[in-house]
Design a protein around this ligand. Sequence first.
Ligand code: HEC
Length: 190
Amino acid sequence: MRSWERTVVIFVAVASLAGGAARAGTAQPAGPVAPAAAGDLASEVTKLKGEIEGLKGIVPDQSHVMKDIAYHFSNLWFAGQARNWPLAGFYLSETRSHLRWAVRIRPVRRTTSGEIDLRGILEGMDRSLLTGVQKTIEARDLAAFSKAYRDTLSGCYACHQASEKPYLRLRVPDAPEGRMIEFSPAGSGG
Ligand code: HEC
């Protein structure tokens, strides 16, 4: 058997084994099978890499998601002050899920003192401060809510400091970001 004949035989055998006997009709005695398959795989990987890069370009950046968090968290304050506890519960859970999203977008930040793991910071904050706010909402306790809210703002800011963005200071908002939201509870005449 000449070498190209052997190549065809091997190709047909491999194609049949793979259940792709139909493709054997396109067999060319051009070269061994493995490098061709590897070439296909490599070009597929290159294509996928390009698509992933493209998708990364559409994902919002961390700062964009933080703006959403500021929206939810500022509305949370006004929902609480209006004693609209179901609305407060909604804005707290939006704050939490968007914080998780923000951290998924960029879990680790490089700072001058090394890498900081935002996931760990958020985990601790969710377990302590954010769970604390949730309890005050469940207890419908405005004084406790207001204090837990302020404590959480300090927690938010602690992460900004850790991320070397100390200029991103936060304060209790003087107006809600959601202008279309009715903060007074249903049935209160507001
Ligand atoms: C785990 C860390 C972390 C936590 C917790 C965190 N932030 Fe941030 N925040 C960041 C980082 C990092 C940036 C800067 C993002 C960037 O530069 O791309 C930021 C940016 C911001 C910005 C500026 C966005 C802009 O473009 O104007 C606001 C507002 C903000 N955060 C609000 C909050 C609030 C409110 C909370 C708490 C409910 C909070 N953040 C909790 C890490 C955090």
